[in-house]
Design a protein around this ligand. Sequence first.
Ligand code: GDP
Ligand code: MG
Length: 167
Amino acid sequence: HCGMIAIVGRPNVGKSTILNEIVGQKVSITSRKAQTTRHRIMGIHTEGDYQAVYVDTPGLHIEEKRAINRLMNRAAASSISDVELIIFVVEGTHWTADDDMVLHKVKQTGRPVLLVINKVDQVKEKEELFPHLQWLGEQADFVAILPVSATQAKNIDLIKDQVRKYL
Ligand code: GDP
Ligand code: MG
């Protein structure tokens, strides 16, 4: 069981921190510079018969005001349409126009999408998260919605369990 998993989300939501937690000590390769033609390899996680190649998609977070940017975005969107699973990372407390943009591109691919709500340690009252959570769940047909905290290593195993299903 081997496949590519894209981790997407606007800057600063915690993609790198989550990946470091997933890959942990079992890392085979990590390189910020490693490139495939359409993806940047972020890390490889091997566990038993399962191997997941985590990729970043350069160009996914570009503003669409100019025609050339729209073209680059289309190329980025088509490159994440060949992964097994997309992990869409958002923050537990903030939703921005950039999140909207990423969500839109993710939905265009038609691939299965796992929604990861990171930084739940910053959510003081459960009531702060729940209305947001319900609204988020209505935005797309996510395979699952996982609240996690990458810095506290909370629920990272649940991400791995979901990934295994798509390899
Ligand atoms: P990326 O740009 O999406 O790759 O985000 P990073 O992984 O670089 O994280 C951005 C910032 O958010 C860093 O300062 C992280 O330490 C912080 N961060 C990441 N995950 C969490 C989390 O679960 N809780 C909190 N409180 N901070 C986090
Ligand atoms: Mg990063």
